[in-house]
Write a protein that binds this ligand. Structure first.
Ligand SMILES: [Fe+2]
Length: 289
């Protein structure tokens, strides 16, 4: 089964309808077609050419008060780009409060990014190649009992859609790949944390997710032949998904804004739908912390 894309129209949707949280937690990508996030005359330049130093993958702020990283342009331009990201952060927070009120005050916002580059034009190693379908996992930043919720917006000014592939449901994918993954060692996880290679101790969940991420991206036969659907996100559209649950690959498009947010598994409407619980059920035992 392909994870469905669920269009949500501001005029039709009843904000806070419980169905939206249920769909999101079940693996849907919610697409908001008509939310306003206008750029002013000065900001138009940010969608005309990339204001990025080209060293980092994205231009980002890690919090509302953090400095802009990876940006380029004059001091004023970088300050205005930072302002734009702060405004997008509030837009994303407002979207959660309005359409997913069950998550209100339970979500913590992480980084906000500006992504001006075309995904196709960067030559990356297979592990960093996000055109290959994957679920998100962060090598140095253990997630533990949290979920990764992401709010994206296409701000392309030339009509170019953002292209994604969306894959099969998490459980079916996990069934194929779990038997191939190496076992978890609490000892080496403690060592990685002691050496500050990871920001906290990697749990068994983090270990499995990192290895799933890599095993999926390495498997070219799976990439070509596994169930998948092409999705287009048009300029002006905003989409929201649990990127640790929904199999996705970014196939094209440039100029996008992205907000990452975390929510605890226990704060979900149904924690049983989390990848943490799905993996535990497939293994027939609780995961080690
Ligand atoms: Fe991703």
């Amino acid at each position: 089964m392909i994870s469905p894309v669920l269009p949500v129209s501001r005029s039709e949707a009843v904000p806070g309808a419980p169905g939206l949280v249920e769909a999101l937690e079940s693996g849907s990508v919610l697409v908001f077609r008509d939310l306003d996030f206008p750029l002013d005359a000065f900001e138009q330049r940010f969608v005309e050419r990339p204001f990025a130093d080209g060293k980092a993958k994205n231009v980002a702020i890690r919090s509302e008060t953090a400095a802009l990283r990876g940006g380029a342009g004059s001091e004023e331009e970088q300050a205005r780009l930072r302002d734009l990201l702060v405004r997008y952060r509030r837009f994303a927070e407002n979207l959660i409060d309005t359409y997913l009120p069950a998550y209100r005050n339970k979500v913590s916002l992480a980084g906000t990014s500006y992504r001006p580059f075309d995904v196709d034009k960067r030559k990356l190693s297979w592990r960093r190649d996000d055109t290959r379908m994957h679920v998100d996992a962060f090598p140095s930043n253990p997630i533990g009992e949290r979920r990764i919720l992401r709010i994206f917006r296409n701000i392309n000014a030339e009509g170019q859609p953002r292209l994604w592939r969306v894959g099969e449901d998490f459980g079916s994918m996990a069934e194929k790949f779990l038997p191939k993954l190496p076992g978890y060692s609490g000892l080496s996880a403690s060592l990685l944390a002691a050496l500050k290679i990871t920001k906290a101790k990697r749990s068994e969940y983090d270990h499995l997710m990192l290895h799933l991420h890599d095993a999926l991206k390495r498997d070219l036969d799976y990439q070509a032949n596994a169930p998948q659907a092409d999705v287009r996100f048009q300029p002006g559209e905003t989409w929201v998904t649990f990127s640790d649950l929904v199999m996705h690959g970014a196939m094209g498009g440039r100029y996008m804004l992205e907000q990452t947010a975390y929510i605890a598994v226990a704060d979900q409407a149904d924690p049983e739908k989390s990848p943490q619980r799905i993996l535990a059920r497939k293994l027939g035992r609780p995961l080690k912390h």
